[in-house]
Write a protein that binds this ligand. Structure first.
Ligand code: NDP
Length: 283
């Protein structure tokens, strides 16, 4: 039997609808959630991501402010903008769209965002909170992956989870979240030897690499839950994940499509974090 498709688009829409109700209540109390998005340079993909984020704000009633800078922007200009947003009581989330132009030190810019407004969960204080298991903002993509697993009722305790990819924004945080849920987690990366042998042991397999067709049917344990975070643009313009969807679908128990899987969940979690920040501020 082919895998159950986890419909991230539908789940994200349901989540946004719930959030819209809370936004209405907060707005009525004078605490309308506000998200500021900083976009520097002219990266076409970044522009699409930012557009989706602003659209999700509009749909849920969150106030959004888009601050655009040319590719020649200086670090000082970005830091000044962040300082202003950190101090602005009506701004509950500050998001810096990556990548930044090459003359900018990304770490310094991300570190300047107030951890209390770091709705992307990229600040080292929030990453540290994740390691320590204390409250903090969880990065949106890993948070979205966990929501999908929870929604499908996938048991994690004592299960084997394999995460392919070890980036700070996806692979590492999602591994820590799976560990928090008592899964036994293995993290694979470009230097891993015997990838297929390891992935075949996974009850839950998360692919976050950025290489189309990396995960094929022979690498998947029958009945496993396969979460495809990857987003790859093929030469013909088609968007695909890291997983050979057609092949793996015949083996896995659950699978997320690309597009329509993790992507929409990422945006919904951004709204969720912004609403949470406004809720915390409202007291
Ligand atoms: P990075 O490039 O930062 O990290 C990729 C990771 O994959 C690295 O840890 C790298 O290993 C590992 N890797 C590379 N090649 C292999 C290989 N052959 N076998 C095993 N591991 C390998 O990417 P991100 O984490 O930022 O993003 C990963 C993917 O997820 C991308 O396609 C991105 O577009 C997508 N993405 C999707 C989002 C969504 O909302 N759906 C949000 C964010 C990202 P090493 O560390 O050794 O170099």
């Amino acid at each position: 039997m082919p895998a159950k498709i986890i419909d991230g688009k539908a789940l994200a829409a349901a989540l946004r609808a719930e959030l819209a109700i809370e936004v209405q209540a907060l707005t009525a109390r004078g605490h309308r959630p506000g998200l500021a998005v900083i976009l520097a340079g002219d990266n076409a993909a970044s522009r699409v991501y930012v557009r989706n984020k602003v659209k999700a704000c509009e749909e849920t009633g969150v106030r959004s402010e888009l601050l655009e800078f040319p590719g020649s922007v200086t670090e000082a200009e970005l830091l000044a903008c962040i300082a202003r947003l950190n101090a602005d009581a009506g701004t509950h989330g500050v998001l810096v769209q990556l990548p930044l132009p090459k003359q900018i030190n990304e770490s310094r810019v991300l570190a300047a965002v107030s951890p209390a407004k770091d709705v992307d969960g990229f600040h080292t204080e929030n990453l540290g909170a994740l390691v320590a298991g204390t409250p903090g903002f969880v990065a949106c993509t890993p948070g979205g992956v966990m929501k999908m697993l929870e929604h499908e009722g996938i048991e994690l305790r004592g299960k084997r989870a394999v995460v392919v990819g070890r980036s700070t924004i996806v692979g590492k945080p999602v591994s820590l979240l799976l560990l928090q849920k008592d899964a036994t987690v293995t993290i694979c990366h470009s230097r891993t030897v015997g990838l297929a042998e390891i992935t075949r042991q996974a009850d839950v397999l998360v692919a976050a690499v950025g290489k189309d067709n990396l995960i094929t049917a022979e690498m998947v344990k029958p009945g496993a839950c396969v979460i495809d975070v990857g987003m790859n643009r093929l030469p013909d313009g088609k968007l695909v994940g890291d997983v050979d969807y057609a092949g793996v679908r015949e083996v896995a128990g659950w699978i997320t499509p690309v597009p329509g899987g993790v992507g929409p969940m990422t945006v919904a979690m951004l709204i969720s974090n912004t609403v949470r920040s406004a809720r915390q501020r409202a007291g």
